[in-house]
Design a binder for this molecule. Structure first.
Ligand SMILES: C[S@@+](CC[C@H](N)C(=O)[O-])C[C@H]1O[C@@H](n2cnc3c(N)ncnc32)[C@H](O)[C@@H]1O
Length: 241
């Protein structure tokens, strides 16, 4: 399932590139697993929403030959353009700055697929967000999300070992499959295809924790405390009808 990522990472120069571009659990691996549940081809126009440094974009362009709008809030289009040129995908990856909470600058029905890795939880936790995104995807197209989540809702009962890491922002964004299912089942204009736990959680996190990025270094303590008991990665796939 991870043939592209494993081959990419086996090259030392690529492995360094990957480490410098990761912003959380290895987005290339997570994207490859999410993509394996979809029918992606080179004729598709994809919105990679919250692409960060574009590791998921790289996977979608290089593995599938798709045409990708790489949209992000925190990472500038100029930075991503330079990175895309360095890996030879700038002809098929269009970097663009967006804030998903402020509306997207695209035509209705423009995308075959809205794809988002380790980003949707930051902006998608409201009843309004999914309905606001659906119009940008063609009928018959898909919305595919991979996000960090919880094996069960903590609510007010945050386990003692997780309390040092549990602030309001984490509590707002990190939820269980049941929580996301409940939110998505309220949206009209989609059929939910699949909401499940992903397989690459441990490996993608382990790869992130090897990065020199200060956020990765500070996540080491959290992942030691978590010890495989509470976190998962969640896949949400819906078809636009
Ligand atoms: C943890 S980073 C992950 C980036 C990348 N997808 C990856 O996995 O490496 C979360 C990303 O979500 C994006 N993001 C957060 N809020 C957003 C919003 N309102 N609109 C668009 N992107 C947003 C940020 O810009 C950031 O790059």
């Amino acid at each position: 399932m991870y043939t592209f990522t494993n081959r990419f990472i086996s090259n030392d120069k690529n492995a360094e590139f990957l480490k410098s571009a990761m912003m959380g659990p290895n987005a290339m691996r997570v994207a490859e697993e999410l993509a394996s549940h979809l029918d992606i081809n080179k004729n598709m126009r994809i919105l990679d929403l919250g692409c960060g440094c574009g590791l998921s974009t790289l996977l979608l362009v290089k593995k599938y030959g798709a045409f990708v709008f790489a949209a992000d809030l925190w990472i500038s289009p100029t930075e991503n353009y330079e990175r895309f040129k360095s890996v030879g995908i700038d002809d098929k990856a269009i970097p663009i700055s967006v804030d998903a909470t402020k509306g997207l600058p695209f035509a209705n029905g423009y995308f075959d697929l809205l794809f988002t890795v380790d980003a949707y939880h930051y902006f998608g936790d409201t009843a309004e967000m999914l309905p606001s995104l659906i119009p940008f995807v063609k009928k018959g197209g898909c919305i595919a999300v991979a996000i960090p989540g919880l094996k069960y809702e903590f609510g007010k009962n945050v386990p003692d070992e997780m309390k040092p890491f549990w602030d309001d922002e984490v509590a707002r964004t990190i939820h269980s499959i049941a929580w996301w299912k409940d939110l998505w089942s309220k949206a009209e204009g989609i059929d939910i295809v699949d909401i499940s736990e992903m397989n690459c959680c441990k490996q993608a996190w382990d790869e992130w924790l090897t990065c020199p990025n200060p956020y990765a270094v500070s996540d080491i303590k959290m992942m030691e405390a978590e010890g495989g008991k509470y976190f998962n990665l969640i896949r949400l796939i819906a078809k636009v009808i």
